[in-house]
Design a protein around this ligand. Structure first.
Ligand code: TRP
Length: 73
């Protein structure tokens, strides 16, 4: 099954030490990658065969096709 699509999401860190954590796809849901962003850094990423969910820790703005979400601290 192809779980990927062409959509990207954007995470812009509003503080130092924002963590973007990728969770595995499938039966076993676990963290597989943590990307640390400092203030002003931007990560542009997709959901993939390996990544079905993303958890964001810290102050950031997340942009997706569904809109813009601000984490609040
Ligand atoms: N190797 C990972 C993958 O292909 C890289 C990745 C893609 C990722 N999107 C992500 C890591 C989102 C963390 C968060 O799935």
């Amino acid at each position: 099954m192809d779980n990927t699509n062409n959509d990207y999401f954007v995470v812009k860190a509003k503080d130092n030490g924002v963590h973007v954590i990728g969770l595995t796809r499938g039966q076993d849901t676990r963290f597989h990658h943590t990307e640390k962003l400092d203030k002003g850094e931007v990560l542009i990423a997709q959901f993939t065969d390996h990544t079905s969910a993303v958890k964001i820790r810290g102050k950031a703005v997340i942009m997706t096709k569904y809109g813009i979400v601000d984490t609040e601290e």
